[in-house]
Write a protein that binds this ligand. Structure first.
Ligand code: FAD
Length: 494
């Protein structure tokens, strides 16, 4: 029988569940990627735009297509509504089955259900594989069969389930190694060669986006380069990961988002490093981060209301700042103009590169919610628009953590002090200076809270507050008091 593999968040040809299964079970395998109008058209409502994620996908796809062609196959690429195009193409090619890797976001689940129903009505099948996570849905549950809502017991159960699958947890673990053998690429069907190759970004209505500031290469090759570089310094991860001026984390999130790396291979590498290398402690912490990723996917699956509402319903009773003043403050936060240098430098990094360091995601989200009193959902949406690695489950988990409304979140009365965070995690101001050159002449000691400085110190550094750099939007101590009052509705409920 013939099959069609529909690529989505899995832009790679090795260790790829749906492709591997299709090549094992079918005689002839076609491959397709759809630039889905249902996703892209809303991004273009104000005309042609540049989007780093579309550019990243576009480049990754070109590499994947070349790789498939080197095996005699190739990618059919369409710019259409996936929901109608996939059943249409399946009929055109006469395939018996469409293979996909499961996507867990509510909109994707609804889309896949519609496609599956249309295929079924036409006598074809949709076959879903697990590829994006190590454990999905109900694979890791409590002893009483309930989903976990606290991370540490989830993590322990996750590790137990993984290790329980094999005597040798790394080399021969079937859960991690299932798709490692080379599939029979000879079964790939050649793709029609369009006259001008793949559609260009301009054909899709997008302007070129500058990926160079990111320092992250797209595609399978870009992912592999990052893995190799990171494995050399994984030993330092436990401490280095906290400092935004250092390259202490892997930067693999965008590759995990688009599946240009395999999460199974990352877990395998982390387990091996944990077991063998001198960097065991760093590798163990890094593995925990991959487990957080699975955890948030599982939360979204079991508690889909989190996409719109607080995980803990009491927190929906909080009344957030609103009106023109709040709108202005929100805009200042988006633009990196709050007057708090670490927050502003972080927001500029996000706006200019699409990346933000994890520590800074924590600092900026807490600042928006607990210093400005603004609904976490507004910040969540802004991050969703900007982050290259945007992922509904992790982003929502992160924002609900900061708002204290999430599962296993920080307690509501814990409020980051943005100046202390700055002094601790960017002590010399290296990160701040790289994004706020107007503060470049302030010393490492002075740069964290310019409004506290003597006029003479500011003058010598060439900084005029209110002109070169904003006065602080709020005073942290006052904002803190207001936040404690705002959250009193939750306190009463406890
Ligand atoms: P590393 O430190 O190298 O971690 C390795 C991988 O583990 C990451 O690539 C990521 O896939 C996963 N990971 C790490 N931390 C987390 C976490 N806290 N939750 C879930 N997975 C994690 N991550 C996203 O992938 N997409 C998002 O949209 C996103 N939004 C966030 C919003 C907020 C407010 C916060 C606090 C965190 C958010 N995170 C998100 C989690 C985390 O900040 C990023 O995954 C991380 O900064 C990516 O950098 P890295 O690849 O160098 O991470």
């Amino acid at each position: 029988d013939q099959a069609l593999v529909w690529f989505r968040r899995d832009l790679r040809s090795f260790d790829q569940a749906a492709l591997h299964e299709a090549l094992t079970l079918s005689r002839r395998v076609h491959c397709v990627f759809i630039f889905d109008r249902a996703i892209l058209d809303p991004l273009q409502r104000h005309g042609a735009t540049a989007d780093r994620r579309v550019a990243f996908i576009h480049q990754s796809l070109a590499e994947l297509d070349a790789e498939l062609r080197s095996h005699g196959g190739g990618m059919i690429v369409r710019h259409a509504h996936a929901e109608s195009e996939i059943p249409r193409l399946a009929a055109e090619l006469g395939v018996a089955a469409v293979f996909v890797n499961e996507d867990y976001e509510p909109a994707a689940v609804a889309r896949d259900a519609a496609v599956s129903a249309a295929l079924k009505a036409d006598g074809r099948r949709m076959i879903s594989c697990k590829d994006q996570v190590i454990f999905e849905k109900s694979e890791v549950l409590t002893k009483t069969g309930k989903p976990y809502s606290v991370f540490t017991p989830y993590k322990n159960a996750w590790l137990k389930t993984l290790m329980g699958a094999a005597d040798d947890p790394f080399a021969a673990n079937p859960l991690l190694n299932r798709y490692l053998s080379t599939p029979d690429y000879g079964r790939l069907a050649p793709a029609p060669v369009p006259a001008n190759g793949l559609p260009t970004l301009a054909d899709l209505g997008f302007l070129p986006a500058d990926l160079s500031r990111l320092d992250i290469g797209p595609g399978m090759s870009g992912g592999q380069e990052l893995i190799d570089a990171f494995m050399d310094c994984i030993a330092d991860y436990e401490t280095a990961r906290n400092y935004p001026a250092r390259r202490g984390t892997s930067h693999l999130s965008v590759h995990l988002r688009f599946g240009t790396v395999s999460v199974r291979s990352l877990a395998r590498r982390a387990l091996m490093e944990r077991h063998n290398g001198a960097g065991g402690a760093g590798a163990a912490v890094w593995l925990s981060e991959l487990i957080w990723r699975d955890f948030y996917f599982s939360i979204l699956h079991h508690f889909p209301h989190v996409a719109q509402q607080a995980f803990k319903p009491d927190y929906d009773r909080i009344s957030w700042a609103s009106g023109p003043e709040a709108d202005e403050m929100f805009q200042a936060w988006c633009d990196g103009k709050t007057g708090y240098p670490l927050v502003d430098a972080a927001m500029r990094q996000l706006n200019e590169t699409g990346f933000m360091h994890n520590r800074l995601r924590m600092v900026t989200s807490c600042f928006l919610i607990k210093d400005l009193g603004i609904d976490y959902r507004r910040g969540e949406r802004y991050f969703a628009d900007r982050l290259n690695d945007y992922d509904l489950s992790a982003n929502n988990g992160g924002w609900q953590w900061a708002a204290s409304s999430g599962c296993d979140a920080q307690p509501w009365f814990r409020i980051f002090n943005p100046v202390t965070q700055s002094e601790k995690f960017d002590a010399d101001g290296v990160f701040i200076r790289s994004w706020l050159p107007q503060l470049g002449r302030l010393s490492g000691r002075d740069i964290h809270a310019p409004w506290k400085l003597a006029p003479e110190t500011l003058r010598q550094a060439g900084v005029e507050l209110g002109t070169d750099y904003p006065q602080p939007l709020v005073r942290h101590e006052e904002a803190r008091e207001q936040t404690l009052q705002r959250y009193a509705v939750v306190k009463k409920a406890i």
